[in-house]
Ligand binder design. Structure first.
Ligand SMILES: Nc1ncnc2c1ncn2[C@@H]1O[C@H](COP(=O)(O)OP(=O)(O)O)[C@@H](O)[C@H]1O
Ligand SMILES: [Mg+2]
Length: 318
């Protein structure tokens, strides 16, 4: 559905993206992740034909975006980073207008707008002025706009940006539903969002693609360490001394003491579960234990690990 090869964009001497290459298959929901300034919006603007590239090529549904942009665009519903809305228009009126701009005529435009409002839960506010809508509803108007011409590919640039947690959940649910019928490329820096919505993740940092894999594989491959927390009734130095000898332990640190109790956080090697060994140690030493919790690494740990080590690499090479 999307085929990108060596896409490069320079702004006045500054390289925003550098030889970006990736594919998105039909039906996939792919998260496009990266810190602020990584080059996400630049890539998406080029794919949606709003920005030219300095070098490289890209195809949408087989159509070259530079030589055949009209047909490429017919496949795309794009929701830009800051949805530009005409706030002095009514919702239905605006979506009709947008549908006609995208080439739909008469009844087709009306139907396209109606269907988009239904999908995004806007039917109840169709005759309201956009200016009177909450941020969450305006974001839905942006999504409805992307849907009016019934595209098979949705490109969404930080669709939950600036929303409160309830609105984020609603938009996330909506995107999940849309995934049944559309291929979706969605940029975000909210990692928990990606973990539940996306089948695959592409990570970009400083304009370079760093990884492309399922969230689970990324966590595993990046070797983000897990953590285990114990609360044990003994002196900190005694328990730390034992833990440092234990295979699979990377480090153990004293978090706090509560009376006679000691809380210790243990960083483990990737994919190591220490719980049974810890239990046996406590039995052996006759140390009462009142907490034993294992937290597996999240995509966030993997992401932080990846982008941080890259920044350190850069710092060293300068
Ligand atoms: N119009 C522009 N002119 C000059 N530099 C720009 C312009 N737009 C973006 N950039 C730069 O390109 C880089 C990538 O930006 P962007 O694609 O917006 O990143 P992201 O969406 O991942 O936050 C940043 O360093 C940004 O400052
Ligand atoms: Mg951006």
């Amino acid at each position: 559905m999307i085929h990108v090869e060596n896409l490069t964009k320079r702004y006045a001497g500054k390289t925003a993206i550098d030889r970006v290459t990736f594919d998105v298959g039909r039906g996939e929901i792919v998260g496009f992740l990266g810190p602020n300034g990584a080059g996400k919006s630049t890539t998406l603007k080029i794919l949606t034909c709003y920005l030219s590239a300095t070098a490289g090529s890209a195809k949408i549904a087989g159509h070259d975006i530079f030589t055949d942009s009209v047909r490429a665009r017919q496949h795309i519903g794009y929701m830009p980073e800051n949805v530009p809305l005409y706030t002095d228009m009514r919702v239905a009126e605006y979506l009709n207008f947008r549908a006609r701009l995208k080439g739909l005529r008469g009844r087709d435009a009306t139907l396209g707008a109606e269907e988009a409002m239904e999908t995004t839960g806007l039917s109840g506010v169709s005759s309201k002025m956009i200016a009177s809508l909450s941020k969450g509803y305006r974001q839905r108007v942006g999504l409805a706009d992307a849907l009016v011409n019934k595209p098979d590919l949705l490109i969404l640039d930080e669709p939950t940006n600036g929303l409160d947690p309830n609105q984020i959940r609603q938009v996330r649910e909506l995107i999940k539903q849309l995934g049944d019928r559309h291929t979706i490329l969605i940029s975000t820096h909210i990692l928990s969002e990606v973990e539940v919505t996306c089948g695959r993740v592409i990570i970009i940092n400083h304009g370079h693609i760093k990884a492309s894999d399922t969230p689970q594989n990324l966590i595993r491959r990046l070797g983000a360490a897990g953590k285990t927390v114990i609360e044990v009734k003994t002196a900190p130095n005694l328990v730390l001394e034992e833990l440092e000898k234990m295979p699979g332990v990377e480090s153990a640190s004293h978090v706090m003491s509560r009376g006679d109790w000691t809380v210790v956080e243990i960083a483990t090697e990737p994919n190591i579960d220490l719980r049974e060994a810890l239990h046996e140690l406590m039995i052996d030493r006759k140390w009462p234990l009142r907490e034993l919790t294992r937290r597996t690494a999240s995509l966030e740990d993997a992401f932080v690990g990846l982008t941080k080590s890259l920044d350190e690499e850069r710092a060293e090479s300068h």
